[in-house]
Design a protein around this ligand. Structure first.
Ligand SMILES: [Fe+2]
Length: 323
């Protein structure tokens, strides 16, 4: 089936929907359950995702993890399969236990950008109530065969996470739970893209929201909410062993301002202070944000200028929404 035919089909496939379980009580600041029928969308079926992977591979946007990782492992991934197999072979053997491929930033392909926009159009109104002006919409598709995991980590963006096929258990923690991820660990991630201090301890599992999800289920979670997934071979059957999910992510002026506060807090912490976290004081945040923006800009400019001199070890490139 050619891409042009799919382009045509997807553009007319306007009947897929996403809805949160409690629209009146929905908050962009809280973890919440949702439902959808995007698992029926033609662009989200396995053969189309293989075609997408072949388009993304040359851009290094197909990502692979090493075999045997656990939820407590560092979330390190590479653009090359650990055993050097081709994308075609990855998909031909995708049902083999432990298979894992992620398709990053699928929005670079126009038909998938249109799909992500379509997903978020369902919830734009309830997002806009608190965080008007979403930008930089990105999509991440995870395809795996149990036993598989996504290790414990945090992201910068707000995330509508949709289960498309199979079954997973998703654990999400409140983004304000400082026992699970301390403030300086969030700062490290936002400012320097380091997850070094974001570590799972087994006793924290009980503090999480746990969602047992299948096709048609999903979870919303805000920027920097710790999360992880797992899937079990007992949940599969011969010929139906694959688990597929998609994260539809976006920034807003609120996530950007929070990042700006983290940028300044990082400077204050380096000066020996213990700054209050974003969201603890509206007035302080309003004061800090412009200085945080300048701190982020200065850091980024310094990195760009210093890179040719230092050649390596100073390759900081801020992702969008960092300040
Ligand atoms: Fe994530």
């Amino acid at each position: 089936m050619g891409a042009s035919h799919i382009d045509q089909m997807s553009s007319t496939r306007s009947d897929c929907r996403l809805w949160v379980d409690d629209p009146a009580g929905f908050s962009t600041a809280r973890v919440g359950r949702l439902h959808h029928d995007y698992h029926l969308h033609p662009l989200l079926q396995l053969p189309e995702l293989e075609a997408l992977a072949k388009e993304l591979a040359p851009l290094k946007q197909c990502r692979f993890v090493r075999p045997g990782i656990t939820q407590a492992s560092a979330f390190a991934h590479d653009s090359v399969p650990p055993d050097g197999r081709s994308i075609e072979e990855v998909f031909r053997r995708i049902e083999e236990p432990g298979s894992w491929i992620a398709l990053y930033d699928v929005e670079v392909i126009p038909r998938y950008k249109a799909l992500l926009d379509h997903v978020l159009a369902n919830v734009r109104e309830i997002i806009d109530r608190e965080q008007h002006g979403m930008f930089q919409v990105t999509g991440f598709v995870f395809i795996s065969a149990p036993p598989s995991v996504t290790p414990f980590h945090i992201d910068r963006e707000n995330n509508f996470w949709l289960m498309l096929h199979g079954r997973k258990v998703m654990n999400v923690w409140d983004r304000t739970d400082r026992t699970v991820v301390p403030l300086d660990a969030v700062e490290d991630f936002i400012v320097a893209h380091s997850l070094r201090k974001v570590k799972l301890k087994d006793e924290w599992r009980a503090r999480s929201h746990e969602f047992d999800v299948r096709a048609g289920d999903g979870v919303y979670f805000p920027s920097t909410s710790p999360h992880m997934t797992r899937s079990d071979p007992d949940w599969t059957a011969p010929g139906d062993r694959v688990a597929i999910s998609i994260g539809v992510n976006f920034y807003t002026p609120v996530t950007r301002r929070t990042a700006q506060v983290h940028q300044l807090n990082r400077v204050l912490r380096k000066c020996g202070l213990s700054p209050r976290g974003p969201g603890e004081s509206e007035a302080l945040d309003a004061l800090k944000a412009p200085f945080g923006k300048m701190a982020g800009l200065a850091r980024s400019t310094l990195a760009r200028v210093a890179r040719p001199i230092l050649h390596r070890g100073f390759s900081y490139k801020p992702p969008p929404g960092s300040y």
